[in-house]
Design a protein around this ligand. Structure first.
Ligand SMILES: [Zn+2]
Ligand SMILES: [Zn+2]
Length: 366
């Protein structure tokens, strides 16, 4: 049996880590975070000889590969009788690269760029895709023209300290769909800062775990108990998962997270108000529809922002009926579709263009 692959995306925003070190209760600074992270990475390597590892750092405005077990550094660290060489290789390479990247940040810039979490996530998906291609090239399937195989249990763990950047909604959703296609499980741990809507959705839609760290002094325990077991064994050991998921989406026009949105029935773009022309696919909507939608715009009650996990809800947002999409949705409730059949809240809303509803103009429903 093959080992499992783990890619870790680490948010290394200096300003967020500074805030985290001051936060009461349970302050956690970057130094103690990195030492607990290294212990977790060593545990992954030690679990099985064939396990592979890649670590991507998200720094302000750039993402960097910090360690890869497929391309270990050329010069090996001096051997030490008291440490296992594989552990020492990971620890010294990681520390060297993190220090180098943090030193090279521009100290003069007044405002820190948001950390490039999505860039790091995309790179980790590309990395897993490359491993999958290499793995396939080494099997008989490639020569016999059979279906390509997928890696066993590839997964990505995102360790975040930054709040959601609403501008990254579309890239995050696209990453989620790539992960689903590659059969990659995305786990996420929000170590500091507010709950993140997008990481919750990423974990939920790929079958991973999302943990909001409340006891930050117990980081290593959370990491080993929740994220160390590969997905294939998790159903037997019952790892913690979130009981509430925030399914809200960000509108494409202002990048705001919206409770009630309007969806283009052709390309499924989301808008915070009815628009005459879809800015994504240029579809024009009849003026009568706009008037009707504007008249029907609900006055916003204080709808709860999150929706309890509903086991009967579809686990993927792709199963959507284009006709239903002209209906304004509100998170946390189940509106009626045009045929009178309930469809599940706004879970059907996502940022991926697809053509299910191509024959249904905005005006054709209802
Ligand atoms: Zn908007
Ligand atoms: Zn459109």
């Amino acid at each position: 049996m093959n080992g499992s692959h783990l890619s870790v995306v680490v948010d290394l925003s200096p300003s967020q880590w500074h805030l985290s070190s001051l936060h009461q209760p349970y302050p956690l600074d970057l130094g103690s975070f990195v030492s607990q992270l290294l212990a977790f990475l060593n545990a992954h390597i030690a679990s099985r000889h064939e396990n592979s590892l890649a670590v991507f750092g998200a720094f302000p405005g750039k993402s960097v590969l910090l360690y890869s077990s497929a391309n270990p550094p050329a010069e090996t660290p001096s051997s030490d009788a008291n440490s296992f060489p594989s552990f020492k290789m990971v620890d010294s390479t990681m520390m060297h690269n993190i220090v180098q990247q943090l030193d090279s940040l521009n100290q003069d810039s007044v405002e820190e760029a948001p950390s490039a979490l999505v860039g790091a996530l995309t790179k980790s998906l590309c990395y897993i895709n490359r491993l999958t291609l290499e793995f396939n090239a080494s099997t008989a399937n490639a020569t016999e023209g059979l279906e390509p195989l997928t890696l066993s249990d590839p997964r990505i763990l995102i360790l975040s300290v930054s709040p959601d950047q609403t501008a990254s909604y579309i890239p995050v959703m696209n990453s989620i769909f790539s992960a689903q296609k590659l059969k990659v499980t995305i786990d996420a741990c929000q170590i500091y800062g507010p709950e993140t809507v997008f990481l919750q959705q990423a974990a939920h839609l790929t079958g991973g775990s999302y943990i909001y760290l409340e006891r930050r002094d117990a980081l290593l325990q959370y990491l080993t108990m929740t994220f160390l077991p590969p997905p294939s064994v998790r159903h037997t050991i019952s790892v913690p998962t979130q009981d509430k998921i925030d399914f809200r989406a960000a509108c494409f026009c202002h990048k705001n997270i919206v409770d009630v949105g309007f969806v283009c029935s052709v390309c499924l773009s989301i808008f915070c108000q009815p628009v005459p022309v879809c800015s994504t696919c240029r579809t024009k909507f009849p003026i009568k529809t706009l008037q009707r939608l504007n008249a029907a715009r609900p006055s916003l009650p204080l709808a709860s922002a999150s929706q309890s996990r509903n086991p009967s809800a579809p686990s993927t947002p792709m199963k959507t009926d284009g006709r239903a999409s002209a209906t304004p949705f509100r998170s946390g409730e189940t509106p009626l579709g045009p045929g009178g059949l309930p469809h599940s809240g706004n879970i059907n809303v996502n940022g991926t263009p697809h053509t299910n509803g191509a024959k249904n103009g905005l005006g054709s429903s209802g």
